[in-house]
Design a protein around this ligand. Sequence first.
Ligand code: NAP
Length: 295
Amino acid sequence: MKDVIIIGAGTAGLTAAIYALRSGKSVLVLEQGNYGGQIINTPKVENYPGIEEISGYEFASGLFRQAEKLGMEYRCEKVTAIRPDKTVETAEGSYQTKALILATGAKNRMLGIEKEEEYTGRGVSYCATCDGMFFRGKRVAVAGGGNTALEDAAFLSNYCEKVYLIHRRDEFRGEEKLVSELRDKENVEFLLNKTVQELEGETALQAVILHDKISGEEIRLEVNGLFVAIGQVPETEIFAGLVERDEKGYIVAGEDCRTNVGGIFAAGDCRKKTVRQLTTAAADGAVAALAAAQM
Ligand code: NAP
């Protein structure tokens, strides 16, 4: 029996672990992949208060070390089921807890076009930091208009001959500061009001076909890489039937992180909310853990 079980070791989950441990609780963190969550692939974090600049990897590693030092029990196990009495099942075992914090975050959204899966790893990527170096000196495109796409384009522009930034509207969703930094880069070109329609190539990606939403014309762009950065979808399928979720799959819980089930909390990007940032993920982790510590 653990006082608190946390599912997911991203910023929200690890912050929750730190707060629950500091409240004197026993904490088990279950994670199906690597710890760190989405931020681990962000090259540069510049908007976390009090830290001028840090890599996502360094940030996540620091969080992990901090929780480990406080006595976190960490297991790399995929949760397969959760019973109504909060028993958590994995392939390796079954764990009981007084309070459960769901902090599974979100995964990358796919474009949903033909051959996307076929070309994944052969030109199509969802992580510029992980795969960018394979495209050194080459021509690449980034699809998306949020902060991830803007940061990816900036990162790739340091290594690639040319970076096209393809966005479906004429206005970016991401921060203006990032947009103006990109405007100043000679090897970055904005392709606005356009969507990626088709992928072309023999064994690997050679070109993308774009659709211009204003003129209706088709444009063929020769690129070796396409980085898809069009947002996320929540990783909450396993919680269907356990807690209430909205139509997009986000767990319904307010700023107090309480779900509709007593003793079960949702924290971070998997929770229904309007602002998904490192700071709000960390804030959720703290709020959820302090409430969980009262159970
Ligand atoms: P996002 O902010 O949700 O942006 C997704 C972008 O993809 C939007 O521009 C959207 O277009 C576009 N899009 C969505 N579906 C599409 C489709 N099917 N086809 C073409 N385009 C599509 O996602 P994100 O950039 O990954 O960022 C997620 C959150 O993390 C945000 O809150 C962001 O601020 C935060 N973040 C923060 C940092 C940082 O603080 N350093 C870094 C990265 C991300 P529309 O604009 O037309 O909807």
